[in-house]
Design a protein around this ligand. Structure first.
Ligand SMILES: [Zn+2]
Length: 237
């Protein structure tokens, strides 16, 4: 029988078995925690054991989730894909006349024509990410135009290998990394603020930091989170 222990936001599956020692494991890709324990052990003892290993559990979970995000995708059934920081399982529907992407609370469903290989699947999904990002970015740009009092002439969504965004203050354009559609929404909000703030202060000096402080007091926290994230799976592009 599997019981569930909750330690804050971490849930632990506990299995009592005919074994002598407690065995703790963390399973990829989501970092599910499992404890196998001797039948004689009480749930309270198991809880105390789990609490004593909390630091280790969290480290394992962070590492596994990072790995899961970094692995190149194959666009196959039940593979993890992310939208706005949430993980979904891919569901493939083959043999449809027109490609589509649909989403529910757990799945991203990808409909593709017969014989569509990895490249075609990726192209369909990427153009869907692009639309998601374009819609979200448009709203945020309007918000920051009002607050900063600057205008964005155009914005571009690109695959970028080393940066989350970029800007050209004289042309009034900004560039956004397509991968931002997979990260927490606050990441996109911060990158847009950052790039538009360069229209006012071109360099990263004290004036720039003060401007960010004024408009997004937790920007350093968001930036740190963003820097901890991979820029995306390594692909041929
Ligand atoms: Zn910058």
């Amino acid at each position: 029988m599997v019981r569930e222990l909750r330690l804050g936001d971490i849930s632990v599956d506990v299995v009592l078995k005919d074994i002598k020692n407690v065995h703790l494991s963390v399973h990829p890709p989501t970092g599910r925690v499992r404890i196998a324990a001797p039948r004689s052990m009480t749930l309270e003892t198991i809880r105390l054991f789990a609490i004593s290993r909390l630091g280790w559990i969290k480290r394992q979970q962070r590492r596994q989730r990072a790995q899961d995000r970094e692995t190149p995708r194959e666009y196959i059934e039940r593979e993890s894909h992310y939208l706005w920081g949430r993980r979904y399982l891919l569901r493939i529907v083959e043999d449809v006349p027109r490609s589509y992407v649909a989403i529910d609370h757990r799945h991203i469903e990808l409909g593709v024509p017969e014989g569509a290989g990895t490249e075609k699947r990726q192209a369909v999904l990427d153009s869907w990410y692009r639309e998601e990002l374009r819609a979200a970015a448009s709203d945020l740009i309007v918000k920051w135009q009002d607050r900063l009092g600057v205008e964005v002439e155009r914005f571009y969504i690109q695959r970028m290998k080393t940066k989350w965004g970029g800007s050209s203050p004289c042309r009034r354009t900004i560039r956004l990394n397509l991968e931002l559609a997979k990260k927490d929404p606050e990441c996109l909000d911060y990158v847009i603020l950052h790039e538009m703030a360069h229209f006012i202060v071109p360099h990263h000096g004290g004036d720039f930091a003060a401007l960010l402080d004024q408009h997004m007091p937790n920007w350093q926290h968001v930036r740190k989170h963003l820097n901890d994230l991979p820029l995306g799976p390594v692909s041929g592009e």
